[in-house]
Design a protein around this ligand. Structure first.
Ligand SMILES: NC(=O)c1ccc[n+]([C@@H]2O[C@H](COP(=O)([O-])OP(=O)(O)OC[C@H]3O[C@@H](n4cnc5c(N)ncnc54)[C@H](O)[C@@H]3O)[C@@H](O)[C@H]2O)c1
Length: 296
């Protein structure tokens, strides 16, 4: 008996890296898994690995950034396994370029896979779950890059949008018994090999087993976790971390509102020490000396 017995699951981008780990853990815990990836050969290897251990899995090669692809994926899960109870939005790509040099193609390509693909697969999955009256679990994938990361306007922006969609869908879908959470995973993968430091140079990162996010995803998708929704967790390695949600912090008030003269007098006094570190690395606030064009 597994905690996911009888559940049908789809994992986008499940052929390699972090998504492969999700597929293996979902299947180990009893789910029947559609392993989606545009790379069908790699996806087949994951299906073979699951089948050899006695689990149930099939390959799907739809491009999840299109409506027809998302429909095909969800439809295949229902046809093959009699229903869909789990959608893991994991597929991803990167096209890093600094903001002022980023092309339309680089922007659109990343937004299409991450933001649009997540929207489409979650919507198609949730419509079926509502029709089945079965409830279900959607797990999206963000990244600490959404705090801001040099060279990743397209990726950071998409991941921030996915975080906001996660909160929104958790509110909208609870009435159908559908839970929506996200993970910010970690692992050494084809994608993590492209990471660069703030100086634009490639960084040597220690090896982290990318499959170690999968057990947490399996837990989140089980009925035992039916009280968890609208949350984002850091996963992978040895940790599970709560991601703090954006909220209003320190404030200053003035009856009748703030004029420019009031702000000139009070902003520095009350809020200067509360400016937040910027970006993924969370270095101390770097701009106290003023931000000016070169030579000014
Ligand atoms: N590796 C990390 O440390 C890390 C950190 C934060 C977030 N993430 C996120 O985790 C997820 C998985 O990343 P990964 O590191 O395993 O990368 P990866 O490149 O190893 O795997 C991504 C998979 O998605 C597939 N894919 C891409 N476009 C697709 C499409 N249109 N339709 C279907 N499949 C598609 C690729 O073929 C690939 O197999 C991504 O969403 C990524 O942003 C990864």
């Amino acid at each position: 008996m597994g905690i996911l017995d009888g559940k049908g699951a789809v994992v986008t981008g499940g052929a390699r890296g972090i998504g492969r780990g999700h597929c293996l853990h979902l299947a180990d815990n009893g789910a029947s898994v559609v392993v989606n990836d545009i790379d069908g050969d790699e996806a087949q290897k994951v299906v073979d690995e699951i089948s050899e251990k006695g689990g149930k899995a099939v390959v799907n090669t739809d491009d999840i950034s299109s409506r027809s692809g998302a429909q095909g994926l969800v439809g295949q899960c229902v046809d093959a396994f009699g229903g869909i109870h789990i959608v893991v939005n994991n597929a991803g790509n990167v096209r890093d370029r600094s903001f002022l040099k980023m092309s339309d193609e680089e922007f659109d390509s990343v937004v299409a896979v991450h933001m649009r693909g997540t929207f489409l697969c979650a919507q198609e999955g949730a419509l079926r779950m509502k029709e089945q009256n079965s409830g279900g679990s959607i797990v999206n994938t963000v990244s600490a890059a959404h705090f801001g990361n040099f060279g990743q306007t397209n990726y950071a922006g998409s991941k921030g949008a996915i975080a906001s969609m996660t909160y929104t869908w958790a509110l909208e879908l609870a009435r159908y018994g559908i839970r929506v959470n996200a993970i910010s995973p970690s692992g050494s993968t084809r994608m993590s090999a492209t990471y660069k430091g703030p100086d634009g140079k490639e960084v040597e990162l220690p090896f982290i087993d990318p499959t170690r996010n999968g057990a947490f995803v399996a837990f989140l998708c089980s009925d035992e976790a039916n009280w968890i929704s609208g949350q984002i967790f850091g996963s992978g390695g040895d940790r599970v971390t709560m991601l703090e949600q954006p909220r209003y912090g320190t404030s200053m008030y003035k009856e009748g509102g703030w004029g420019v003269d009031d702000l000139l007098e009070s902003f520095e006094k009350f809020l200067k020490d509360h400016l937040e570190p910027v970006g993924l690395m969370k270095r101390p606030y770097p701009f106290y000396d003023g931000i000016k064009p070169k030579g000014a």
